[in-house]
Design a binder for this molecule. Sequence first.
Ligand code: SAM
Length: 346
Amino acid sequence: MVEKYAVKVPRKRAESLRRKLLSMGILDAEYKPIQRDEWIYFPIKTIEEKLDSMLAEYDAEIERIAFEPRPTNPRSLREALENKIPRELLGLIPSSYDLIGDLILIELPPELESYSKVIGETLIRIHPRVKSVLAKGETVGAYRIRRTTVIAGSQDTETIHREHGRVYKLDLRKVFFNPRLSGERLRVANGVKPGEEVLDMFAGIGPFSILIAKKCPSCKITAIELNPEAYNYLVQNIRLNKVEKQVTAIHGDAREVLRTKTRRFDRIIMDLPHSSIDFIDIGLDVCRDGGLIHFYIAAKSIQEISEEVKERARELGHEVDVEFAREVLEIAPRRYTIVLDLRKKR
Ligand SMILES: C[S@@+](CC[C@H](N)C(=O)[O-])C[C@H]1O[C@@H](n2cnc3c(N)ncnc32)[C@H](O)[C@@H]1O
């Protein structure tokens, strides 16, 4: 199974929507549509602006769900591995993996490590456009880079990934990037109001900043990134997506960069879940009164972490309301990346 974006549409409108998606070149025919109750889910290749008006017309919505590749050629990974790995291990084959540009990132349990080569080669056979398959390790260090091992294909792991109709050049072995955050990036970008001054404190290769710039042509975004490799891609991606007039990239430590800034921001994205709490003082200082901070933090429970963060803000002399909160990703058993939308009180 592969996690993908889907257009969810009432059954009675499904056939005419299918034809429309096909004619627009958005329908992903490599995967089987899914029927659930009165709804049909069509897999789509990208989310594009032209979809917006169509969704309203067909009472349709965008969701992210797991699809099965069509059973003919290519087959599902588990099926394709029958006879290649011991039968008792087949159940351990992951039911989903990430496609990032022309790379696949897959998490393999230790029992499958000695079969990683055959698993990788099989994935390339199923997805002929994929050039490398990487096995996932831990995310480490200040730059939040995931340890990976190329298990099949090319050692060149630079790629161009498409997300919400934008393009991002990146090398998974040099920078942080997680396609599973794409829904969260869309949520944030859809909330931005015309004319806002936005600060992306831990910008990575730019997926929040660039999407916001595209969705809000009157917005100005300051994007700070510490990892020189990620900063390089950020600069290239700003150019590739033609948002140079709106996004200013700054290389450096957010604390140092912001120390000298007198400017205040309407909206701040603090996407550094393992240590965002160490930067909340600076985030609150540069947020204007009434402004919003999208604060990402690794924690077990929304309730507990909301109270902790509010208390920390109080100690720093600020009052915040948690306007919205949700678990964005499960990062370990019963541990999540949680987003808190913090409204700084006047
Ligand atoms: C979790 S990643 C998020 C990247 C990006 N928001 C995204 O959605 O892909 C955090 C990023 O913050 C950068 N970073 C870590 N410490 C930093 C600091 N003190 N100042 C600026 N950037 C920092 C890391 O190099 C990494 O690229």
